[in-house]
Design a protein around this ligand. Structure first.
Ligand SMILES: NC(=O)c1ccc[n+]([C@@H]2O[C@H](COP(=O)([O-])OP(=O)(O)OC[C@H]3O[C@@H](n4cnc5c(N)ncnc54)[C@H](O)[C@@H]3O)[C@@H](O)[C@H]2O)c1
Length: 344
């Protein structure tokens, strides 16, 4: 079965490709514009798996170029649609870029699903669509509050588009609402390596530890949480990756799903930014240079997941603890430093 992965050179896409290569006999085709990655990711995937990944450089917003690729690929059993811009703060500063890239890209992919009779699509959604909620943990019945950032809005609108499309389309549609994917592959050879400045906590922590970032900021120390910093639900990227295989298998087994299905993917544990910092400090024996600063526009105060639906319907379970997430992210940062030193 042939599966198209959009954004396959990115962080979660590359880990998902590795899991697919290692645990299925599916054929993968990756499509990426490299707006936040480089094709070097495929070399890393090959280093880990021994497999060359077929890939195309295409911006999903370029409908004609996308159609040409789908014409070339032939019959496709499913699309896993990761490609999107993802930085909350950046989206507040560049809202039009985020709406243009994330919504146009999705619309073009859905048009391809319709035109090329693609039976299954998995969409990368996000816990950010829940907004600031009153009751924690959130499950899939929790009403969505106002989106706190243009990025979150692109995911909430994306799900609305999928809901409407599911009523008229032959494609099975599944949205996976990731909480906070972190960590790196156990090989230490691949991990998060964005070309844009990282805004997610773990790469910021590990880059501060090696001195790439001189002083990291903790955005907001006056939230109504146990230590004043934001609370998030960190989840190992390899656990997230595995959910895509289970979701696609589920969609294939179900025949035709009537509506859009959506699933939370989180660990269920709320961890504050300051707790994450101190876990890292204990594990690495490195004191991080950080300062408490003002809240960052777009951030919600607290969020963590009830992921029972994914467990019961997809048979998905997390395998990795917070310390595994942190130590794999740290191994990966050290690998990047080693490579940098070898090159210079
Ligand atoms: N990492 C997170 O914290 C997180 C949390 C929730 C949801 N998500 C979602 O998961 C998906 C993957 O995230 P990630 O962390 O791997 O991000 P990433 O930036 O590492 O990967 C996204 C990939 O998509 C590519 N891309 C973006 N726009 C494109 C376009 N128009 N055409 C072609 N390629 C394009 C980028 O170059 C990149 O390789 C995104 O949709 C993101 O919004 C991520």
């Amino acid at each position: 079965m042939k599966v198209v992965v959009t954004g396959g050179a990115g962080y979660i896409g590359s880990h998902t490709i590795i899991d697919i290569v290692e645990s299925t006999n599916w054929e993968i085709v990756s499509i990426d514009s490299y707006i936040n990655s480089t094709p070097d990711t495929y070399r890393r995937i090959k280093e880990v798996t021994g497999k060359e990944i077929e890939h195309y450089k295409v911006d999903l917003c370029d409908k004609n170029a996308l159609k040409n690729v789908f014409n070339e690929i032939g019959a496709i059993a499913g699309v896993i649609h990761f490609a999107a811009l993802k930085a909350v703060g950046d989206s507040v500063e560049n809202p039009l870029l985020y709406y243009q890239n994330n919504i146009t890209g999705l619309l073009n992919i859905l048009e391809c699903c319709a035109n090329y009779n693609i039976p299954n699509l998995i969409f990368s959604s996000s816990c950010s669509i829940y907004g600031n909620v009153d009751v924690l943990p959130v499950d899939e019945t929790t009403p969505l509050a106002k989106s706190e950032s243009p990025y979150a809005a692109t995911k909430a609108i994306g799900e609305e588009i999928l809901k409407d499309f599911s009523k008229v389309s032959n494609t099975n549609l599944i949205a996976l609402r990731y909480f906070n994917p972190v960590g790196a592959h156990s090989s230490g050879l691949i991990g998060e390596n964005p070309i844009n400045k990282p805004s997610n906590l773990f790469p910021v922590i590990t880059q501060t530890a090696v001195g790439i970032i001189e002083e990291m900021q903790v955005f907001g120390a006056d939230y109504k949480t146990r230590d004043g910093s934001c609370i998030r639900d960190y989840i190992h990227v390899s656990d997230i990756a595995n959910a895509h295989i289970l979701a696609l298998k589920y969609a294939v087994e179900q025949g035709k799903l009537e509506n859009l299905e959506f699933y939370n993917l989180g660990s269920g544990n709320g961890v504050s930014v300051l707790e994450a910092i101190s876990t890292f400090e204990d594990l690495s024996n490195i004191k991080l240079n950080y300062k408490l600063s003002a809240r960052r526009p777009g951030d919600v105060e607290s969020i963590y997941s009830n992921s029972k639906k994914a467990k019961s319907q997809l048979d998905w379970e997390t395998k990795f603890a917070l310390t595994d997430m942190m130590s794999s992210a740290w191994n990966w940062q050290q690998q990047l430093e080693k490579e940098k030193n070898e090159q210079s």
